[in-house]
Design a protein around this ligand. Structure first.
Ligand SMILES: Nc1ncnc2c1ncn2[C@@H]1O[C@H](COP(=O)(O)OP(=O)(O)OP(=O)(O)O)[C@@H](O)[C@H]1O
Ligand SMILES: [Mg+2]
Length: 316
């Protein structure tokens, strides 16, 4: 109800003050008011985009978030006009290698969906096979139901979900899958289920469970990062922690990442690897600084080449 009045007001003022150039000013005024309203109205999306833009890459994910937001928003507009607004399940599959940001993103989505009132709480419950699968008949269903209860109003994020299909028909993992599927049907909109795992294993798992893929309308890939992206991740992590690398150190890190990526054969842990390297360098730098007399701001911030110790086992 507020919008037409604001637009009208703006138009009236423009007509009075700018008689020679009425038309342009009317349009500008309307556009400006429209933009302002859009900014205000889409605050959750803008906030989320700002937050997601702190993450390097992830174009697929950023698009999906916008799509979900737009769909929810338009549905709300339709409802306000008494039109049909279908509900859709927002269960998701995340496919990506270690350290590609799956858990980080799931946590952020919980917050967004809470702000958009899709989830009443927006918290994240992280689980893996052992949290769902029990030791005797009936135990698994109970454990899985308990977890679902905890996740109610939020996101249930099951990491390495393919391990539920590991033992075939007789394994209790199947009981966990059946209980999850039942919950997805019974209380479709009480929680969001995210199954996450490494791409190949997830593909195999979904093929073995043909009823599953269609229950997950949102499928997001988390590709491995390039060397440039990993360097950018490192820079952002350093800025966040108020550290910086000398040029030599930056060069050394980049060289090392190139080698590790080549040697790793798909087992490289992407962002987590970078985080571990940085945290280790920070600890080393602290030890070096213990013996230095000058501890000004610049010194405390700077990570030198010597602080970055690359051991053989770091090549994994
Ligand atoms: N795009 C990115 N930009 C900045 N930091 C990132 C990005 N992706 C991952 N990271 C960082 O890398 C680390 C590992 O990320 P996260 O734990 O979300 O990965 P994951 O995909 O869940 O890994 P796993 O499959 O092993 O559980 C975190 O510290 C995260 O902040
Ligand atoms: Mg994870």
């Amino acid at each position: 109800m507020n919008e037409p009045i604001a637009v009208k007001k703006q138009r009236q003022i423009n007509i009075v003050l700018n008689q020679g150039n009425e038309k342009t000013k009317i349009d500008d005024g309307a556009t400006l008011a429209g933009k302002e309203k859009a900014l205000e109205q889409h605050h959750p999306l803008l906030k989320m985009e700002k937050d997601l833009n702190r993450l390097v890459g992830m174009e697929d994910l950023k698009y999906h978030v916008k799509e979900i937001y737009a769909w929810l928003h338009i549905n709300k507009c339709r409802q306000e006009l008494g039109m049909k607004a279908e509900k859709q399940a927002l269960h998701m599959l995340f496919k990506g290698n270690p350290g590609t940001g799956k858990t980080t993103v799931a946590r952020k989505l919980g917050t967004l969906f809470h702000e958009m009132k899709v989830l009443s709480k927006g918290h994240l419950i992280e689980a893996e096979r052992a949290d769902l699968v029990g030791e005797y008949i009936g135990h698994t269903a109970q454990k899985t139901r308990d977890l679902l209860k905890k996740a109610s109003g939020g996101i249930l994020f099951i990491d390495e979900a393919y391990s539920l299909g590991r033992g075939g028909e007789k394994d209790f993992g199947k009981e966990a899958i059946d209980t999850l599927v039942k919950a997805m049907e019974d209380q479709q909109h009480d929680f969001i289920l995210i199954l996450a795992g490494y791409p190949k294993e997830m593909e195999r798992f979904l093929k073995l469970n043909p009823g599953l893929p269609s229950r997950f309308p949102i499928n997001i890939s988390f590709p491995d990062y390039s060397v440039e992206e990993l360097m950018e991740i490192a820079k952002r992590m350093l800025i966040e922690r108020e550290y910086l690398l000398t040029r030599d150190c930056e060069w050394k890190l980049k060289n090392h990442i190139e080698k590790v990526k080549q040697a790793s054969n798909g087992s490289f842990s992407n962002g987590r690897y970078i985080r571990n390297m940085i945290e280790k360098a920070v600890r080393r730098q602290s030890v070096r600084l213990l013996n230095e007399s000058s501890q000004d701001r610049r010194t405390l911030m700077t990570i030198q080449s010597d602080d970055l110790v690359l051991e053989e086992r770091d090549l994994i």
